[in-house]
Design a protein around this ligand. Structure first.
Ligand SMILES: [Zn+2]
Length: 191
């Protein structure tokens, strides 16, 4: 039975190939490749509380991704960190009537050496050292006085960091999970 044999071989090939593909897709859930000009924002909501994770390439925040060496580089990095800390409440804007307060958990550098690294076509420098694809990760908890379900979150990231023009948003609440791409701060997500 040639047909049966063909089906068996096809199936065998399919099974052989499937696990690595499936693994590759789930290895970094919710994580897009590190692309200059793009930030990722993950929001997890539970009642009146939320966590907000903001991740962006160093190049798009302060212009480089190698370890800060000169005083000017260290200062540029520190300024970006404090901008994130001071302005996260407007960069990721929960509705004012929910009376939310952002509390910083941590802001730090994360090496992006395992992820695919691609450049935006125009205006971005090449990396000389392929190992240094550093991104900044900032984690906050958000404590609100009213439940967050049904509220709209708006974004003002490009206003603070003009190079960050695209946001990949992931939202997880008790009742739903959604993803959105927002360009130039245009758009919102409903919790
Ligand atoms: Zn990079």
């Amino acid at each position: 039975m040639i047909l049966t044999r063909w089906v068996f071989i096809t199936l065998a090939l399919y099974i052989q190939q499937s696990p690595p593909l499936a693994f590759a897709r789930t290895a970094h859930p919710g994580h897009a490749a590190h692309v200059h000009g793009e930030a990722r924002i993950n929001i997890v909501v539970e009642g009146t509380r939320a966590t907000v994770e903001f991740i962006a390439p160093g190049a798009s925040l302060y212009g480089f991704e190698h370890a800060a060496r000169t005083d000017a580089e260290k200062k540029a990095q520190a300024v970006a960190f404090s901008q994130i800390e001071q302005q996260i409440g407007s960069m990721v804007a929960f509705p004012a009537d929910r009376l939310c307060q952002f509390i910083k958990q941590k802001i730090g550098l994360v090496a992006d050496d395992k992820r695919a690294h691609t450049q935006q076509p125009a205006g971005h420098k090449e990396h000389h050292d392929p190992r240094s694809h550093t991104e900044v990760q900032a984690d906050f908890t958000v404590a609100c006085q009213k439940p967050l379900a049904g509220s709209q979150v708006r974004f003002h990231v490009t206003k603070v960091f003009p190079e960050l023009r695209e946001l990949t948003i992931q939202v997880l609440t008790e009742t739903k999970q959604l993803g959105a791409t927002i360009t130039n701060d245009n758009g919102s997500v409903e919790l």
